[in-house]
Ligand binder design. Structure first.
Ligand code: GLA
Length: 388
């Protein structure tokens, strides 16, 4: 990567490289912006940003994926509007850094990523967090603030009202563990996954156009559910604050669609706890069951699945050695995650690929998910993957 950097920008003094991982969410979907619980794990798939100081007052960013270089005068960053392309992520981050009082100085950046875009494995957060570290070039930053700042970039500049899960997982990822996060307090704890099982992400290779607008709709529907529930329970500030039993008592007073959306969120929060508990005692069957219930709830109550994801989940569930499977990420395409018996991934992948190709004429990419460390400076340049 250093070689590529020098080729692009010339011999430009000290080059530093920062890495931020993508994530797979094991359970707790569409709960983060409702201030509930999630259980993501950071992945070996990651975004790398090489950076060095520039002498000409400009910020220059090259994306290897797009084979595109863009540049800005530093003093114009505050006045930019969004472009609707990949630059919105690093520029959104630069603007948030500046408004939080960090020094963003002229620099050249080179971006390389192994997180597949549109896959629900959080390529956006990996880009935001790695760009933030590169723009900071070693300035110290509180890690929770780093996650929050990148979320703000996505909310304020990119324009997606997402929760904190992806950025938090990218910053706080740990080798050998998933992260159970309380999205209100940002308290988190590491969850060791039991032996004997593996998690495989299967990419449907589709991303339906509905994804963006439906995300906004769901955020609004959840807010509307809270407004209805508050008439009976004024202390409920988010769907996180009501148990499934309490919810069922008031559910009839909500418009039917709103009630279904809320039922998903309320029950999904409970499923995160259930899954983590089962994890702790090595109850693989119960873990698998929670995953499947999560999918059905996303499919029928939250309505963010699609034919491709449902097919992948159903095919996975009819494959030997599979404990459970569900869509992961925002939905309307992207990945499912399947929990399978350790050592059976080759056979699993073969069967899934064959069935999926027969049905949709697409070749699904698959990733064996191993928990990885969170965002950091890369000290050993040999660990940087080659240009794809
Ligand atoms: C996207 C968002 C996250 C989260 C998930 C759904 O990945 O970026 O904040 O809401 O969807 O769980």
């Amino acid at each position: 990567m250093l070689q590529d950097f020098k080729q692009l920008y010339g011999n430009a003094g000290e080059i530093r490289v920062f890495r931020a991982p993508g994530r797979v969410n094991l359970i707790g979907e569409h709960t983060d912006y409702n201030l509930g619980f999630v259980l993501p794990m950071a992945l070996h798939l990651a975004t790398y940003v090489a950076v060095s100081a520039s002498q000409d007052g400009r910020l220059r960013i090259h994306s290897e994926d797009r084979n595109e270089t863009r540049e800005w005068a530093l003093n114009e960053l505050g006045h930019l509007g969004k472009r609707g392309d990949w630059t919105d992520y690093p520029i959104g981050v630069a603007r948030e850094l500046i408004s939080a009082g960090f020094a963003v100085t002229p620099a050249n950046l080179l971006i390389r990523s192994t997180v597949p875009e549109g896959s629900g494995l959080s390529s956006s957060a990996a880009l935001e967090v790695s760009s933030a570290l590169a723009l900071l070039r070693g300035q110290s930053v509180d890690r929770k603030e780093l996650a929050r700042l990148c979320q703000r970039a996505e909310n304020n500049f990119v324009g997606i009202p997402s929760g904190i899960m992806d950025q938090f997982a990218s910053v706080f990822g740990e080798e050998h563990a998933a992260i159970q996060l309380d999205c209100r307090s940002l308290d988190h704890r590491l969850v060791q996954l039991p032996g004997g099982v593996e998690f495989v992400a299967v990419n449907s290779m589709v991303k339906h156009a509905l994804a963006g607008s439906a995300y906004h709709d769901r955020v609004r529907e959840c807010a509307s559910a809270v407004a209805h529930i508050q008439r009976e329970h004024p202390s409920v500030a988010s769907l996180r604050d009501i148990s499934i039993e309490q919810f069922e008592i008031v559910a009839g007073t909500l418009p039917p669609v709103i009630a279904r959306r809320a039922r998903h969120v309320v029950s999904e929060n409970a499923r995160v706890e259930e899954f983590v508990e089962a994890c702790g005692v090595g109850d693989l069957e119960q873990m698998g069951k929670s995953l499947v219930e999560s999918h059905r709830s996303l499919q029928h109550d939250y309505e963010v699945s699609c034919a491709e994801l449902d097919f992948l989940v159903d095919t996975a569930l009819s494959t030997e050695g599979v404990y459970g499977a569900r869509m992961t990420g925002g939905g309307f395409g992207g990945c499912i995650v399947a929990m399978i018996q350790a050592g059976t991934s080759e056979c699993f992948e073969k069967q899934i690929a064959q069935a999926y190709h027969q049905e949709f004429h697409l070749n699904p990419q698959m990733y064996l998910c191993r928990p990885s460390g969170g965002a950091a400076e890369v000290r050993n340049f040999e660990t940087i993957p080659p240009k794809s």
